[in-house]
Design a protein around this ligand. Sequence first.
Ligand SMILES: [Zn+2]
Length: 216
Amino acid sequence: MANDWIDISVTLSDGMVHWPGDPPVVVRRIQDLEAGAPANLTHIDMCAHTGTHVDAPLHFVKGGQGVDEMPLDAGIGPCRVVEILDRESVAADDLRPFAPCPGERLLVKTRNSRRRWERETFDPGFVHLRVEAAEFLAERGIRTLGVDYLSVGGYEGDRGETHSVLLQAGVWIIEGLNLGAVMPGEYELVCLPLRLLGADGAPARAAVRTRGRSSP
Ligand SMILES: [Zn+2]
C-alpha cells in the first residue's frame, strides 16, 4: 500500500517559526516563469536546525560525527511512538513504563504535536525532555530519539545538558517532528537528513508507516 505513510515532518516555509537567535527562514523564488524567466528557481536560506531536522553528535560533542556520517539505519527501520500527555516536561519516570530497548528508535509524542506547531511564533513553553530523562534513555541504549518541537532540551534552564547526554551516548536525535496524526504504536520509520558535509545537523523529511499497535 503506497498511501499508508504518514508524513511527520513539518512544512518549511518563508518566515516560519525558528529557534530564537537563529537566522530567519527565507524561501524565495528568485526566478519566476510568470515573470518571463526560463524556469522557476527557489533560493533557501536557513539554519540547519530548522523545522524537522536531525542533530548529529557534532552539535554538542567536540570531534563528534557530523550529520553526513549518520548511519542510514539510525533513521530507517522499526520505531515506536509513545505518547506522554499532561506534562510540562518529560521525566524518566514517564518513560520507564515503556521499557525502552537497546537499539530502539523511539519517538515521543507530547501535546507539542497538538498545539505548538499551530503557533506562528516560537513557543518557549514547549514540552521538553529533562536531563534525567535523557540520562535514562542513554542508559537504556536507544539508537534514535524523536521529539515533537524544535529542541529535545528546554528553552530556559537547559544549557545543553539534555542534548549532550544523548549525543555523547551515541543517540541520534530527530527534532521538530509533528506527530499529531500518529497514534502510539509500532511503526516503520524513514527519516533522512540532507548529507551536509561536516555539519552538526540537517533538515530532514520523515514519515512513518504502521506495523501494528501496542500499549505500554
Ligand atoms: Zn537541533
